[in-house]
Ligand binder design. Structure first.
Ligand code: NDP
Ligand code: 2IT
Length: 445
């Protein structure tokens, strides 16, 4: 058995009830063969055994009182996965599906993603099975206060810097920051995605969506193509989806479908982003309400049917495993030329295979959605400098980072003998930086 097979067997044995984590680890290890062959010292120093095991996993209780005065208890997590190249960095997810396996898969992906950004950030992830949907602002506030009353002792601007993810946006980051500041009596950049009046960076809100479009644009350029006149499906209607859509319109493309967890809208005239923002950002409503204003649109309740709509480009930006083999096959047979993952691991391994075999330009999440954490890194820099850069400056830096990530992935894909395979490229380019640093720090580092 090869070194990667040996390590995978141990990971499978140890984490049997964590399918998402196993899926993420398997994909990375499968890419690493050529690097491992070139570096026998990685085996001698146990690099793979160490890189698949989080440095620290924190699980804690979050008690809070709802509006009726009832006591509620949620479970929360922070997985500090790898700090070789910088403080742990990665988002917090509040969603009922959250358990340790989801946080570990996200933390593992984050290690390689953050390495790809070129900024000094290690990887971590956290969250809770708390569901913000249907909760009042006061309930969300009380939950966030209680969550931070435990998390504060584990994080810090040079230790571990959380941010948002599904269910955690500006409102939640505000409550979390307020409680951290109060308990520690420190006004520091311990979270990113902060409000613009209190240390946040311009463009952070837009960054993941914009970055995903910038990355996809680079992939298209390799074939002499661009977004102009292209019909695009963007799944989700949250932070990533909304700003990916904004950028697509700026580049001359047309978004024809979006969704939430209840269903999808298909508007052949082009989805009206102002309406979506009003429903989602202002009212926290459901995407179905779009139909009240736009009779050109149709609504479908079966989530996966969104991928049956004919499109040129797909940007899955909702959640993990939202595109399975069948959905991938319908995208390919309908002529889709590029897939850029705004979400983390939105394609099953079988779906990924379909895209790669069909030679669809396929940008995996750890590369294509790295714009969010990159701009978080830029927010950390601005906090350290105690100044803030203009919108233009941050957007240019983000754009350059996405171009660099694209080029690094393409180069690594060529070097390992699978030109244009961005999955191998991203895994190898991210891994090399972390692995070399772990070698530098020694086995106990
Ligand atoms: P939001 O909470 O803002 O939006 C999530 C969107 O996806 C909502 O429309 C939501 O619908 C939908 N969604 C969530 N879970 C499911 C599900 N199980 N089935 C169907 N639809 C679902 O989150 P973000 O936009 O921030 O995150 C979206 C994806 O992007 C995630 O995979 C996240 O990890 C990834 N990502 C986010 C970054 C960021 O900076 N925010 C950075 C990099 C990656 P509903 O409202 O009905 O739940
Ligand atoms: O998945 C991700 O990269 C994020 N949710 C953003 C993390 C961050 O620290 O900005």
């Amino acid at each position: 058995m090869s070194y990667t097979d040996d390590v995978l067997a141990v990971v499978e044995k140890r984490n049997q009830s964590q399918p998402e984590f196993l899926q993420a680890v398997k994909e990375v290890l499968e890419s690493l063969g050529p690097v491992i062959d070139k570096h026998p010292e990685y085996r001698e120093e146990g690099i793979l055994e160490r890189i698949v095991e989080p440095e620290r996993q924190i699980i804690f209780r979050v008690p809070w009182i709802d509006d009726e005065g009832n006591t509620q208890v949620n479970r929360a997590f922070r997985v500090e996965f790898n700090s070789a190249i910088g403080p742990y960095k990665g988002g917090l997810r509040f969603h009922p599906s959250v358990y340790i396996g989801i946080i570990k898969f996200l933390g593992f992906e984050q290690v390689f993603k953050n390495a790809l950004t070129g900024l000094p950030m290690g990887g971590g992830k956290g969250g809770s099975d708390f569901d913000p949907k249907g909760k009042s602002d006061r309930e969300v506030m009380r939950f966030c206060y209680s969550f931070m009353s435990e998390l504060f002792r584990h994080i810090g601007p040079d230790t571990d810097v959380p941010a948002g993810d599904i269910g955690v946006g500006g409102r939640e980051i505000g409550y979390l920051f307020g409680q951290y500041k109060k308990i520690r009596n420190h006004f520091v950049g311990v979270l990113t995605g902060k409000g613009l009046n209190w240390g946040g960076s311009l463009i952070r809100t837009e960054a993941t969506g914009y970055g995903c479009v910038y990355f996809t644009e680079e992939m298209l350029k390799t074939q002499g193509k661009d977004f102009k006149g292209k019909e695009v499906i963007v799944s989700g209607s949250g932070n990533v989806a909304i700003y990916a859509t904004e950028k697509i319109y700026q580049l001359g493309g047309k978004v024809i479908a979006m969704c939430d967890s209840s269903g999808f809208i298909h508007d052949p005239d082009g989805v009206n982003l102002d309406t979506v923002r009003e429903i989602k950002e202002v009212r926290r409503g459901r995407i179905k309400e779009y139909l009240e204003k736009h009779s050109s649109a149709k609504y479908g309740e079966k989530f996966s049917d969104i991928w049956k709509i004919k499109c040129d480009i797909a940007l899955p930006s909702a959640t993990q495993n939202e595109i399975d083999k069948e959905s991938a096959e319908s995208l390919v047979s309908n002529g889709c030329i590029a897939v850029g993952e705004g979400a983390n691991m939105p394609c099953t391994p079988e779906a990924t295979d379909v895209f790669i075999k069909a030679k669809v330009l396929y940008g995996p999440g750890k590369a294509a959605n790295a714009g969010g954490v990159s701009t978080s890194g830029l927010e950390m820099s601005q906090n350290s400098l105690r100044l803030s850069w203009s919108r233009k400056e941050v957007d240019e830096k983000l754009h350059n980072i996405m171009i660099n990530i694209h080029d690094a992935c393409l180069k690594a894909s060529n070097e390992c003998g699978t030109p244009g395979n961005y999955v191998n490229g991203a895994n190898i380019a991210g891994f090399k930086k972390v692995a070399q640093t772990m070698m530098d720090h020694g086995i106990y580092g």
